[in-house]
Design a protein around this ligand. Structure first.
Ligand code: DHB
Length: 274
C-alpha cells in the first residue's frame, strides 16, 4: 500500500499515495486545483494565500529550465476565503503565506479548513524570512498555539548552518505541529540569459531557486531534521523522477511535494511518479 495517514490533532488526512504538489505550483486558480484533483497526485496544497486577493509581481516572474527554476511571484493569490470555500475528493491543505503576523492570526481565527501549511519561508516578500529568525518563530508559534487548534504544518526554508537548523528543530519540538515540509526554494538567486539580461522582471531579476540544483540541500535538510524532530516530514526540492522520490523517503520523508517539474510538465507528471 502506498497510503499514508497524516495524523492531526483531532482528525487525520488519508493520502492514497505519497505525492503532492508543492504550494505555488499549479494551485492558484480553481481550474488548476481541479486539474490536480483529476490527476494522480495523492493530495493538494493551495497557493500560499493572504487575507486579500493579490495580483503579485509583474510578469515574467517565473523562469523554468531543465535543472533550475527561478521565481518571484510575489504571493499572487485569490484571497484565503476563496481557498477555504473549495472542497476536493482528496486531501487538501491550505497554504497561508505568513507575511503579516497579525493578519495571519486573523485568518487562522476565521478559516474553517482543518489542515494548514504555514509558509514561513517565502523568498519574495521583502521582509525578514520568519524561518530564519528562531526567536521570532518561537514567539509566533507560542502565540499561535494559544489560539489555534488546527493542524499546522510549516514550510521551511533550506538551512545552510547547522546550529540554526538545530535551534529551529528544538523550537519545532516545543509545539504540536502536524508536519514540517523541507525545503522551500533557496532565496536570493539570479539567473541571466546569454546576453546577461535578467530572466524574470521583479526584484532586479532576483528570486527563489528551485529544481534539480536544490535537491542536495532538500535531502540534507530532511535527513538532519529527521534525526531531530518528532513530527512527520514532507520532502520537497528538485524531484523529477521516482528515484528522487525514493531518495527523499530513504532519508526520512513520509510524503513528497513536486514543484518545478510540475510547472514544466503539468499534472500528467503524477502519472509517471506514483
Ligand atoms: C512565492 C514564492 C515562494 O517560493 C513561496 O514559497 C511563496 C510565495 C511567491 O513569490 O509568490
Amino acid at each position: 500500500m502506498n497510503q499514508f495517514i497524516l495524523q492531526g490533532r483531532n482528525s487525520n488526512l488519508i493520502f492514497k499515495n505519497k505525492i503532492l504538489n508543492a504550494s505555488g505550483c499549479w494551485c492558484t486558480t480553481k481550474k488548476e486545483l481541479k486539474d490536480l484533483e483529476n490527476s494522480n497526485c495523492g493530495g493538494i496544497v493551495s497557493k500560499s494565500c493572504l487575507f486579500e486577493k493579490y495580483e503579485g509581481n509583474p510578469q515574467p516572474r517565473i523562469y523554468l529550465s531543465e535543472n533550475v527554476s527561478l521565481n518571484s511571484v510575489g504571493l499572487a493569490n485569490e484571497g484565503f476565503k476563496f481557498y477555504d470555500s473549495l472542497k476536493f475528493s482528496k486531501p487538501y491543505i491550505i497554504s497561508i503565506g505568513v507575511k503579516d503576523i497579525e493578519l495571519t492570526f486573523q485568518m487562522l481565527k476565521i478559516i474553517k479548513h482543518d489542515f494548514i501549511e504555514l509558509n514561513i519561508s517565502c523568498p519574495n516578500i521583502n521582509k525578514p524570512i520568519l524561518g530564519y529568525d528562531p526567536d521570532s518563530l518561537d514567539d509566533f508559534l507560542e502565540r499561535l498555539f494559544l489560539i489555534c487548534d488546527k493542524n499546522i504544518g510549516l514550510k521551511l526554508p533550506p538551512y545552510f548552518d547547522n546550529s540554526l537548523l538545530e535551534k529551529i528543530a528544538n523550537i519545532i519540538n516545543k509545539y504540536p505541529l502536524t508536519y514540517i515540509c523541507c525545503v522551500n526554494g533557496i532565496p536570493n538567486g539570479l539567473i541571466l540569459d546569454k546576453n546577461f539580461n535578467n530572466v524574470i522582471k521583479p526584484n532586479d531579476g532576483i528570486g527563489g531557486i528551485g529544481g534539480s540544483y536544490i535537491k542536495p540541500f532538500g535531502l540534507a535538510n530532511v535527513k538532519k531534521f529527521n534525526r531531530l524532530v518528532k513530527c512527520p516530514i514532507i520532502g520537497c526540492g528538485g524531484i523529477k523522477n521516482k528515484k528522487d522520490i525514493e531518495e527523499y523517503f530513504s532519508v526520512g520523508a513520509s510524503l513528497v511535494q513536486i514543484g518545478t517539474e510540475l510547472m514544466i510538465k503539468g499534472p500528467k507528471i503524477f502519472d509517471e511518479l506514483f
